[in-house]
Design a binder for this molecule. Structure first.
Ligand code: ATP
Length: 645
């Protein structure tokens, strides 16, 4: 009999090898009945791998748990997270057990088991056991490769310019009488430019409106000025990239705005060398239709002296590794992003791994350099025994939210984990006359039709598609989930019905003029990607067409019959809105706290999509639960970055 009686009901003897005393579930259905949340991929993954590694009940369940972890975005499964615990147990509200789960042995026996299987990185098995964590080899290899690239770029000699040259350039870009320095504060934008200008790899991180794009535009100007002073007018080949079309469009617009604002104090020939058109990462790497590989890779490198990647929180481990693979050794990499936002949909947490918070402090050597070139004497020094954070600078002061408006204060309270105070901010917003923040009543129909009529009804009446896209960008309903009363599917349907009552939509499944759509799968041939937003629009000939903004300046028209999978997008999930912003956001949280998606990062991401107004529909307990729950991504990138190579 199996040693673990708890799981015995669902286990059956496997007949593969009559000599082995091995027990696994007889079928996926039996496993699913025992382990809550199991997917077929977990079961077949564990079964296939056990054929090579040997059938052992602890191992089989470790592999189920590893597969589940990968599905949830972790790149590994630390033994400590599962040892001695019951995996896949579930009961209902009355305490009635629906899934008995499986009890794992303690850390020591699990470690013995895995060590005995010879799963060290050098063993070339599909599974790797390293530093007490279990990996699928593919993710172990991605992490090791990315850590290597980052270490090489960080250690490489990018110290092309002398401190005197850099100081002279920074003095021009950050005159003493401007900015926070004049008020006696540290100007982190100044520090960020100084800190990145002499390095091959740097991260500039900060919340919304902290001036990441403004700062990086000055950084690009600094590098161009320094290069031009040294090499005449040798152009610096700069690639601006972002994970989605929308994020690339926003980056282009913000860079163009910053460039325009700098025209009074930065020479034209410098500003002219800053590209204003950002690409998506997929376009940079060159998608080959129907292939997982990109056109650019380690044997066909990109031509770039500098690659700037925005919205890095959205970039998963595999894609980031592929970008680094395609970069020439002498190219600089600058990452921009907000490490408090949700991590990438696919596995990994690259930004929060490379940008630990709070800032760990600068090394003595870097401090000396930063003091020389900026004159700032009060920068934090790294503590003994801690890995320095020379490659990171955090921008701390939001220019968009001055700390007085409700959105900024709510975002700050959520990130600090202040559940009750943040709820009070919300409930008291109206009495306090806060124009940015409001709490919506639980009854959807008391407010949703009003907002739909205000923002979506006029779509139907817009004179041209340009005006319609601009209007569509003003407001969005954001949901935590797809299903349920407060899920995307239901909200879209309620809005369609409401607009149909005005003759401005079809409440059934038919297309109609002014219908906003979002693509939900990549179509490389058409150049349409998951998350791209378009509109159904009647053209001059009276035909309904699908239209998408193309690189922010033009439109791409196509027959609706050619569209890849899409959905209506009056409402969308918070996950899908990363990289976008709207003047007004209505955010809806689920009715119950037992929702795995609810987290501080989800709320923060939703809140910070709103530029000037935020309306929230939530119960107090759901809100507080969300603020307290953290997204924890297991990853082995941090220790690999510390390795000596
Ligand atoms: N030092 C500064 N002086 C004046 N205006 C600034 C400064 N820094 C940023 N701004 C302005 O603040 C606004 C936000 O800046 P920016 O778009 O660079 O922020 P961001 O961090 O990139 O924001 P996002 O959340 O959109 O990614 C812009 O209008 C920008 O021009």
């Amino acid at each position: 009999m199996p040693a673990n009686g708890v799981a015995a009901a669902g286990l059956a003897e496997l007949g593969d090898s009559s000599t082995d005393a091995v027990y696994v579930y007889a079928s996926f259905a039996r496993a699913k009945a025992q382990i809550a949340g199991l997917e077929p991929i977990d079961y077949f993954f564990a079964r296939e791998l056990c054929r090579d590694l040997g059938f052992d009940r602890q191992l089989f369940h470790l592999l189920l748990a590893l597969s589940e972890s990968l599905r949830n975005g972790h790149t590994c499964l630390p033994l400590a997270s599962i040892a001695g615990q019951c995996f896949g147990f579930a009961s209902d509200d009355e305490g009635l057990v629906s899934h008995h789960g499986f009890i794992f042995a303690g850390e020591e026996p699990l470690e013995q088991l895995l060590t005995g299987l010879a799963l060290a990185p050098g063993q070339q098995k599909a599974i790797v056991y390293h530093r007490k964590s279990l990996y699928l080899r593919r993710y172990f290899a991605f992490e090791a490769e990315l850590a290597d690239f980052i270490r090489n770029k960080s250690a490489g000699n990018f110290d092309t310019f002398s401190s005197c040259e850099i100081k002279a350039c920074l003095d021009e870009l950050f005159p003493l009488d401007s900015g926070s320095e004049a008020a006696g504060e540290i100007d982190w934008q100044h520090i960020a430019v100084a800190n990145a200008v002499n390095k091959g790899f740097s991260v500039i991180a900060g919340g919304p409106g902290t001036g990441k794009t403004y700062t990086v535009t000055k950084l690009l100007a600094a590098l161009i000025m320094l290069t031009q002073a040294r090499d005449g007018h040798k152009p610096l080949n700069i690639a601006l990239v972002a994970p989605t079309g929308k994020a690339a469009q926003r980056l282009s617009e913000s860079i163009a705005k910053a460039v325009k604002g700098f025209s009074t104090f930065i020479p034209d020939q410098v500003l002219a060398a800053i590209p204003e058109q950002a690409l998506t990462l997929h376009r940079l790497l060159g998608v080959i239709p129907n292939q997982v590989n990109f056109r650019h890779h380690r044997d066909n490198l990109l031509e770039a002296d500098l690659v700037l990647i925005d919205e890095v929180s959205m970039v998963d481990l595999a894609l980031m590794t592929r970008v680094f693979r395609a970069l020439p050794p002498r190219s600089r990499v600058i990452l921009l992003g907000d490490a408090d936002q949700l991590p990438s949909v696919a596995a990994g947490s690259v930004l929060s791994d490379v940008a630990p918070r709070p800032h760990p402090g600068f090394s003595a050597q870097n401090l000396k350099y930063l003091q020389q070139v900026t004159g700032c004497l009060s920068l934090p020094k790294v503590k003994a025994g801690v890995q320095e954070g020379d490659h990171i600078t955090y921008l701390l002061k939001s220019r968009r939210f001055d700390g007085k408006g409700g959105i900024g204060r709510l975002a700050a309270a959520v990130i600090a984990g202040d559940s009750e105070p943040s709820w009070q901010l919300l409930t008291r917003a109206q009495e306090a006359g806060d124009e940015q923040l409001s709490l919506l009543p639980a009854d959807l129909l008391s407010w949703l039709p009003r907002l739909a009529e205000q923002y979506y009804l006029p779509l139907y009446r817009c004179r041209d598609v340009e005006e319609a896209f601009s209007l569509l960008g003003r407001f969005r309903v954001l949901c935590a989930m797809r299903k349920g009363e407060y899920g995307v599917e239901n909200i879209n349907q309620v809005i369609r019905q409401c607009l149909a009552a005005h003759g401005a939509a079809d409440a059934g499944g038919r297309l109609y003029h002014g219908m906003p759509v979002m693509i939900s799968e990549n179509d490389y041939r058409l150049g349409l990607y998951n998350g791209d937003i378009g509109m159904i629009w009647r053209n001059d000939k009276g035909h309904l067409m699908a239209v998408f903004e193309d690189a922010g300046t033009d439109f791409k028209w196509l027959m609706p019959s050619r569209l890849p999978q899409y959905e209506t997008v009056y409402a969308m999930t918070i996950h899908k809105t990363q990289g976008s912003e709207f003047d007004h956001v209505a955010m809806l949280l689920p009715g119950q706290t037992d929702n795995k998606l609810l987290s501080r990062e989800l709320l923060y991401t939703g809140i910070t999509r709103a530029k000037s107004r935020l309306s929230i529909a939530s119960k107090a307990n759901v809100w507080c639960h969300g603020v307290e729950a953290r997204v924890k991504r297991f990853s082995g990138l941090i220790p690999k970055l510390r390795d000596q190579g």
